[in-house]
Design a protein around this ligand. Sequence first.
Ligand code: COA
Length: 170
Amino acid sequence: MQPKFIRETRCFKVSRVFPTDVNNHNTLFGGKLMAYIDDIASISVSKLCRATAVTASTDSVDFLQPIRPSDSVSLESFITHTGTSSMEVFVKVIREDMRTGDRTIAATAFLTFVALDDDNRPIPVPGVVPETDEEKKLFETAEYRTQLRKHRREESKKFADYLLTKYPWE
Ligand SMILES: CC(C)(COP(=O)(O)OP(=O)(O)OC[C@H]1O[C@@H](n2cnc3c(N)ncnc32)[C@H](O)[C@@H]1OP(=O)(O)O)[C@@H](O)C(=O)NCCC(=O)NCCS
């Protein structure tokens, strides 16, 4: 399978922060931002694999700066690494103060998607080729994150064995 340049998977989205998008602190509601992140990440994934894919995991979303109604919120996503059927996507969120033009990183997230066939079985995906310094840094550090995820997944499975599925009143 032909690898693709990471740039071929890049997506951008810019939105205003509307009154219906904010929480009680008048900053962008975290759930709204997470929906934006999953949405844009899934489009980078489609650009790479051109197949059905599901979110397998979202690493911690780090909310570094509040996003206010006077800001715009920009999201940028691209595939940073692939395994056999899995794809790691990086999403960078930038808040821009619309009055001053000041731009800061507001949040970052890594997500993993898995490509599936019509019977929901994992299928191979193309590799990616980094070009910029930012892409190379993320590509080179991906294996470490994959190992952490693998360990966390095993722990989650063990943890799930202890959890109850019956109704609270049973
Ligand atoms: C994700 C899913 C397809 C994995 O299926 P599975 O049969 O367990 O697949 P495997 O164990 O063979 O793993 C397939 C790949 O996914 C990766 N993977 C599976 N779970 C993962 C997780 N939680 N985090 C990161 N990667 C994961 C594996 O490392 C493997 O990668 P590789 O092919 O690059 O080596 C399955 O668990 C699933 O369908 N989960 C629900 C997805 C969903 O509903 N998402 C929300 C809506 S889109």
